[in-house]
Every structure is written in C-alpha cells, then in structure tokens.
Ligand binder design. Structure first.
Ligand SMILES: C[S@@+](CC[C@H](N)C(=O)[O-])C[C@H]1O[C@@H](n2cnc3c(N)ncnc32)[C@H](O)[C@@H]1O
Length: 376
C-alpha cells in the first residue's frame, strides 16, 4: 500500500522527519515552512527505520517505536519500576574468590553473571539514578563488613603460627622488663643482648600500627611549627624518626643505638650540659621504675622556658591530675593536655624553675602503671 504524501505527520506525535527504507523522506508541515539552514539542508538523522511498504498497518507499527525515543531492552522494559532500580546480573558469571568468601560470610545469595576483565561480577545497573539502590547499598555494606571480618580472621590466623606466638611472647616479656626495672637495669639488659632490643622494637611497631593515630606523628607536627633554630632532644627515641622528620636539629637518645643518629645511654644520665635544649620529647618513653630521675634530668637539660612534650599510654594513668601536679613540683608549668585519643594522652609543659637535686626526698613520687600487653 502506498502512503500518501502528507499522511506521515499524522502517524505519531513526533515532529521529526522519518527516513524509510524507501528513499522517500517525509517532511512535517513545520519543516516545510522553515527556511533551510546549512545544517538542516543535510539529510535528516536516521532515528527509526520502518519499512513502509512492509505492512498495511503502518500507523500501528510506527506508534510502537516510541515516537522516535530510544527503546529499552525488552527484559528491562517489561520489568516493574521497582525492579528497574536493582542491578541486573548478566547470566553466566561469578565472583573473585575473596568476594565469594565474603558473600558467603555475609549470608548473601549467590550471584549469577559473567566475570569482567578482573574477574569481578559484571552487573548492568538498570537504574535511573546514579546512586545505587538501597538493596545494593545494603549488600555492599554487608560485603565490606564481611571482608573486614575475613581480614581480621586472616591476621589472627597469622598470629596463631608458632613463630608469631613466640615473637609476641618475647615482645611481651621484654616490654614487662622495661616497665619493671630502673633505666640503668634496662640499659644493662639490652647491652648484653642487643638482638632482644630489635625484637622489642618490632613488637612495639606492630602494636602501634594498630592504633588509629601514632602520637609521634602529632609531636612531629607540633615540633615543626617551632623555630628552626631550636635544639630538640628526643628521649627514648627508638629509631630516631623524629630527627628525620623535623626541620630542627635533634639529639636522639635510647638504651641501644639502632642507627648512627642515636646515642646509647640511660636517660637518667644524659651526656648534655645544663640548659642545653629548647625542647624535650618523651614519646611513650617513661618506662622505668625511676620516673623521678628521668623528669629531673629533663628539667636539668632544658633551658628556662624550654618546652616539654609528653605522650603516654592512656591505660597507665590512675589520675591525670595527679600526674600533672607532680610534674609541676619538678619545675614544669602546665600548658595543655589532649585526652581525646583512645590509646594515649598528650601533655605540653614549660620549664619555669630549676630543681635542686638535694631536695629530691621532699618531692612527690611520679607514678604510672606499667603498660602490659595482653596475650591474644
Ligand atoms: C615505646 S618506645 C617509643 C619509641 C619512640 N619514642 C616512638 O614513639 O616511636 C620507648 C623507647 O624508650 C626507650 N627507653 C626506655 N627507658 C629508657 C631509658 N631509661 N633511657 C633511654 N631510653 C629508654 C626504649 O628503649 C624504647 O626504645
């Protein structure tokens, strides 16, 4: 059947022209009236191809092609609106081994769909909004939690190996020795067995790696704000990371010199002149039973007005106020404290008086509980 000229405009609500298999191109009334621009003088874009001669029911056919709009795939188009918001797995796929394990741990149903190039589940998001649908987000969260749980279990399993157990037991033993001996005794212990010092430090690093914040990083930030001409003294420095992270000159002291920056000594007897330093740092280093000796020595080597920064494990404090008060008795003025961190507290003080060693017996004790790590 032939379609009469002019009828095409009545077929659908679209005002765009159609191009058919047949070379005939229909124009709308509006187009006919319009003066042709350079662009519109080109052949119209093919949006839909309908064999006009193929059927006598041309009106019906053309009304099914959605007025020249792109058509959704049949499966999606047939789905209910709520289904359109869910990811549609493409048949024949799977997941990576880790995802599969996490999925099972989260109790989620098995997916079906092909793997992408990285072996991940391939899904088509038949969604109108960019945000994944609620169910997908819930599943995502469940997967994340399950993955985290698996990772924890893996770490625990690694810690269960005989070697790891032995290492951990050794660290706990050495740590306990440091908290229950004087600095001098600790110095003797580690000078006899240097290797155990390395074992202690490896264990310490493993512990602090589990903390959300390392107090040394906060001290580094703080010291970097001070004048570059300041002389900084790091007491119980470990591997002397402070010295390599700030712009000032830093003298680093510890029981064992693990590198060329560190001077081995007991911090109760520092090889420094009176009033030599502008800043003293005690980061998790108040470990021996003779804390008073460490604090008095720190007072001695600091200039008047010199700064003291202390970070200590939170669980060691019975009373923060008592700790601060006792430091005040040793010539330090309290500036500020930060008790906001889960695992450690921080204190800023300033030297305001020299302490006479002969008056030692009149001064209060400084006590902190030993920090003993539990067996896991
Ligand atoms: C827990 S580590 C902290 C290391 C470093 N400040 C940090 O935050 O990474 C404590 C350090 O203090 C040292 N230390 C403990 N008592 C000491 C003493 N009497 N004299 C010198 N260093 C001491 C230990 O050897 C250890 O390296």
């Amino acid at each position: 059947m032939k379609v009469k000229k002019g009828k095409a405009s009545k077929i659908g609500p679209s005002k765009k022209p159609l191009k058919h298999n047949a070379p005939k191109i229909f124009k709308t009334k509006k187009q006919k009236g319009k003066k042709r621009s350079k662009k519109s003088s080109q052949a119209p874009v093919v949006k839909s191809v309908v064999p006009v001669e193929a059927s006598g029911r041309v009106n019906e056919i053309l009304s099914h092609i959605h007025q020249l709009k792109p058509v959704r795939p049949v499966a999606q188009a047939a789905a209910a609106p709520s289904q359109l918001l869910r990811p549609v797995p493409v048949p024949g796929g799977g997941t990576t081994a880790a995802e599969e394990a996490a999925r099972r741990a989260a109790g989620l149903p098995a997916p079906s769909g092909p793997r992408g190039r990285r072996g991940r589940q391939v899904t088509q998001m038949a969604t109108r909004s960019r945000r994944p649908p609620l169910a997908a987000r819930r599943n995502g969260r469940k997967m994340k939690l399950a993955k985290r749980k698996l990772r924890r279990e893996e770490l625990l399993a690694a810690a269960e190996t005989p070697e790891a157990k032995l290492e951990s037991a050794r660290f706990r033993y050495l740590n306990e020795q440091l908290y229950t001996r004087t600095g001098f005794e600790a110095l003797k212990m580690f000078s006899r067995d240097r290797e155990s010092f390395d074992a202690y430090h490896q264990g310490f690093r493993n512990q602090v790696a589990k903390w959300p914040v390392n107090p040394l990083d906060l001290i580094i930030k703080n010291v970097n704000k001070m004048p570059p001409s300041h002389l900084v003294v790091d007491l119980g420095c470990g591997d002397a990371r402070l010295a390599t992270s700030v712009r000032q000159r830093v003298l680093s002291y510890d029981l064992v010199a693990t590198n060329e920056r560190v001077t081995a000594c007991d911090m109760a007897h520092l090889p420094l002149e009176d009033g030599a330093a502008n800043v003293a740092v005690l980061c998790l280093a108040l470990m021996g039973t003779n804390l008073v000796d460490f604090v008095m020595e720190t007072n001695r080597i600091l200039k008047m007005g010199g700064q003291l920064r202390i970070a200590e494990v939170a669980s060691r404090f019975d009373s923060v106020d008592d700790f601060v008060k006792s430091l005040q008795a040793y010539g330090f003025h309290f500036i500020s404290q930060d008790l906001s961190h889960k695992y450690f507290y921080m204190f800023s003080l300033k030297k305001v008086a020299n302490v006479d060693r002969k008056r030692r017996k009149e001064l209060p004790e400084i006590t902190l509980k030993p920090c003993l790590y539990k067996r896991r």
